[in-house]
Ligand binder design. Structure first.
Ligand code: GCO
Ligand code: MG
Length: 401
């Protein structure tokens, strides 16, 4: 089976998505997500101008060979733009293989190794009390795990929550400016989880995302104060650019640590995993080389008892969720899956076999990745340039979003 054509469809349904549609001479079509939030068109160009010409005429069944070919022959590898393009190709090839064989992709990855993939929902509020109220609603919807984020006293907005990407009536397409105070944050978050544990009960899994904002010693301090509330994880306490930073964090707290939504390959987490400095890897199949890339990273992490907890924000399309779930239901070292909600129209544009019930996600039984793309609907919702927020501390210095 040969690849005959491929195109990238860019749309904005709730937010921007870039979708690779790959065709073969046997009439089987594959879908891949290529979305890189805030830098979408760079991946579109990378695919259209550089990758698609290499794909035409290739054997669609040779997934590993195509992965290695694109990874190695690009020479400039590991960058997020290259990896998002590689991921989209990999997902489309797995989709084609599953459809050609009449099997859901997870069956080609070894079959089910768990009954379902536990999901976590999001609860956000301006105050700790409001965030806990929102968490009640998440649990009522059936989730067994919830991520809580809240605003900081005297500061507008809820830090690190991506709803602020498009402030209503902002009147310009530049980044939203978020204010940040580490002092206020460290004062607020232990109280948030003290309230949450008391109000939500002993059984619920509690998660929090610090969004790369702390130094190692601040993270150690916070982690210690969260230990008694038995967190499922503390995410991105410190940016992972310098992996050895986590040695300091780990020395000071045994709160479980998660990191990696921006990691693109095993090289970004090699020291973190080998020294067992973290517990969960947040890599997503759209930003770490597809299902093939995710499996390579998970296989490396398994003997070190590090599990996956794939990034599942709404800025990746339902195709990425499908891929994460086919991998997630089959891999052994899976901890949890983030489940942020897409715009209702996105569920129509990307009709999917995956589903959520009673706290767990399931990839479904449809052949391939189990997603059908309504291209006509998508093209009626054109792309619009958007940026992730910018962060400034009280003295005006730029911080990490
Ligand atoms: C998360 C994330 C997101 C990211 C966003 C970037 O844990 O879900 O941190 O909110 O900021 O996906 O594109
Ligand atoms: Mg995060």
């Amino acid at each position: 089976m040969r690849i005959t054509a491929a195109r990238v469809v860019v749309c904005r349904i709730g937010r921007n998505f870039a979708t690779l549609v790959m065709e073969t001479d046997e009439g089987v079509t594959g879908l891949g997500d290529a979305t890189l939030n805030g830098r979408e068109l760079s991946v579109v160009s990378y695919l259209q101008d550089h990758v698609i010409p290499l794909l035409i005429g290739r054997d669609a069944s040779a997934i590993e060979d195509t992965w290695q070919f694109l990874w190695r022959t690009s020479y400039w590898r590991r960058g997020p733009v290259q990896i998002a393009a590689l991921s989209a190709v990999d997902l489309a090839l797995w989709d084609i293989k599953g459809k050609a064989l009449g099997a859901p992709v997870y069956q080609l990855l070894g079959g089910r190794s768990r009954a379902g993939v536990m999901a976590y929902g999001h609860a956000s509020g301006a105050t700790p009390e409001a965030a806990v109220d929102a968490a009640h609603a998440v649990l009522e919807a059936g989730y067994l795990a919830v991520r809580l984020q809240c605003g900081l006293p005297g500061m507008p907005g809820i830090y690190g929550v991506d709803g602020h990407v498009r402030p209503a009536g902002a009147g310009f397409d530049g980044p939203y400016q978020e204010q940040w105070s580490t002092t206020r944050y460290l004062r607020t978050i232990p109280r948030l989880f003290e309230l949450a544990r008391a109000a939500l009960g002993e059984d619920v899994h509690l998660l929090h995302d610090a969004h790369h904002r702390l130094t190692p010693s601040e993270a150690g301090w916070l982690g210690r104060r969260l230990e008694d509330h038995r967190m499922f994880w503390l995410e991105d306490a410190v940016a992972g650019d310098l992996q050895q930073s986590y040695r300091v964090v780990r020395q000071h707290t045994c709160v479980p640590l998660a990191i990696g939504e921006v990691f693109t390959s095993v090289f970004d987490c090699e020291l973190l995993v080998r020294e067992q400095l973290i517990d969960y890897l947040r890599v997503s199949p759209v930003h770490c080389g597809g299902i093939t890339g995710l499996r390579k990273i998970a296989a490396f992490a398994e003997p070190y008892l590090v599990k996956t907890g794939c990034h599942g924000a709404a800025d990746m399309s339902p195709i990425t969720m499908a891929a994460a779930l086919h991998a997630g239901i089959s891999l052994h070292n899976v901890g949890i899956q983030e489940h942020a909600h897409h715009h209702s129209l996105a569920h129509e544009a990307f009709r999917h076999a995956w589903s959520f019930s009673n706290g767990y996600l399931d990839p479904g039984e449809a052949p391939g990745l189990g997603v059908e793309f309504d291209e006509e609907l998508a093209t009626r919702h054109p792309y619009r340039r958007e940026y992730l927020p910018a962060v400034r501390a009280e003295d005006g210095t730029v911080g990490n979003w």
